[in-house]
Design a protein around this ligand. Structure first.
Ligand code: URA
Length: 189
């Protein structure tokens, strides 16, 4: 099987996944989207209502902000891989539970292992604590890269948080510019 087939197989598995209670309330699971050779891999929290209807991550209001932040640094959304810690929408957009995160985590681990991105950018506390370190604080750690085993992890606030706390939008813009500088620096190496 080639890499594209493996990615498709992971997607198909997610679409029919029965591993936690979220499978009972979801309309569509949201495996993730983006190219196999993406250098940048974004991890959000969980699908919301729009994503649950469409099967595509970050297509609602938070997604529009993410897309505009990316275009500010000259990156098209189609160039990056985007997924979530939890692939199915939690009812009423509640926080994902630890058991849901741990049932779903093997999918994220497989996607990362296959795509081998240069930078993993986590959006919000859940993604940061799942992917980087459960003890991290988003207030202290956002915008500061963490290098581990040849991968650069870059924690950011979640764009949905910036929609209701306006001051975070400026912080997210500054962090995006740091991400751009980091990527440019890596390309020169
Ligand atoms: N928020 C997320 O964390 N992920 C999505 O896909 C949409 C909104």
């Amino acid at each position: 099987m080639n890499r594209a087939q493996v990615l498709e197989e992971i997607r198909q598995e997610i679409l029919v996944c029965p591993k936690c209670d979220l499978c009972e309330s979801r309309i569509t699971a949201v495996p993730g989207s983006g190219p196999l050779d993406a250098d940048i891999f974004f991890v959000g929290e969980a699908p919301g209502q729009q994503e649950d209807l469409n099967g595509v991550p970050f297509v609602g209001a938070a997604g529009k902000l993410l897309t505009s932040l990316l275009s500010m640094i000259g990156i098209e959304r189609e160039e990056v891989f985007i997924t979530n810690v939890v692939k199915c929408r939690p009812p009423d957009n509640r926080d994902p539970r630890p058991d849901e995160i741990s049932s779903c985590n093997p999918y994220l681990v497989s996607q990362i292992a296959l795509i081998e991105p240069k930078v993993i950018c986590t959006l919000g506390r859940f993604a940061m604590q799942t992917v980087i370190d459960p003890e991290m604080s988003i207030t202290r750690s956002h915008g500061v890269p963490v290098r581990r085993s040849g991968i650069i992890y870059f924690p950011m606030y979640h764009p949905a948080a910036a929609l209701y706390r306006g001051e975070l939008k400026q912080i997210m813009k500054e962090d995006m510019l740091r991400l751009k500088a980091l990527i440019d620096n890596e390309k020169e190496k």
